[in-house]
Ligand binder design. Structure first.
Ligand code: COA
Length: 192
């Protein structure tokens, strides 16, 4: 575990690094908060079959250890430029407005900056994300691999000027997810 701490002394949840045991509760939370439509988003094309960027998959837990929030960032490229794609961000609907989403966003942004990343892009509601510094103008030169409303395609520079000359189609650049079954072993077991 790379970190675990109280999001703030007044809040009754902690931020933590995502671990494999979070997979099922995280999927359940995303289904509750966002519905199954989430799997048809253009961003999904950049995430499918990839692992999140190293150290940039975070969760929020209540004091009983239940997963109540999630955010992930993904390595993508636009031409020769490396960027991070953020999403999905989700907080438990039963705890809406209790600061979980904001705490995850702030921690994700500060970790990404500390790791030396130049910029983050995402597709989401500008009225929510502008509080963290995201703006549509910053992603103006970039294209998603699928339909996207321009006013929802937002960027945040972690290094000043990093997105100034960024242009072109985003492509997945994350490490590939390990294949679930070792086919070689599987075939041998079938023959035996
Ligand atoms: C968006 C989301 C992550 C916010 O999490 P949260 O823990 O409820 O949010 P916070 O407590 O940090 O912030 C609450 C503030 O965000 C605002 N807010 C929440 N969702 C918003 C949205 N979609 N657009 C604009 N403002 C929004 C609230 O009105 C509140 O504003 P206030 O601070 O002025 O009172 C959560 O509502 C969620 O999981 N939604 C479903 C998934 C989703 O839509 N995710 C991506 C967002 S585009």
């Amino acid at each position: 575990m790379s970190f675990i701490d109280l999001a703030s002394s007044s809040q009754n949840f902690i931020l933590d690094a995502e671990v494999p045991a979070d997979l099922a509760p995280r999927e359940a939370l995303l289904d509750r908060a966002m519905g199954l439509e989430r799997k048809r988003k253009s961003s999904e094309k950049l995430r499918c079959g990839r692992l999140p960027s190293e150290g940039l998959a975070l969760v929020a837990r209540d004091m009983a250890g239940n997963l109540i929030g999630t955010v992930r960032l993904w390595d993508v490229t636009a031409g020769a430029k490396s960027l991070l794609l953020l999403g999905p961000l989700s907080a438990d609907p039963s705890m809406a407005g209790s600061g979980i989403g904001s705490a995850l966003m702030r921690r994700a942004i500060s970790l990404a900056a500390a790791k030396g990343h130049g910029a983050i892009v995402l597709v989401g509601d500008a009225p929510y994300y502008k509080r963290f510094g995201f703006a549509a103008e910053k992603a103006a030169g970039l294209l998603m691999p699928g339909p996207v409303e321009r006013e929802r395609f937002l960027g945040l520079e972690l290094v000043e000027g990093y997105l100034g000359d960024a242009s072109g189609l985003l492509a997945a650049a994350g490490e590939r997810e390990p294949i679930e079954h070792d086919l070689g072993t599987f075939r041998l077991e079938q023959v035996a």
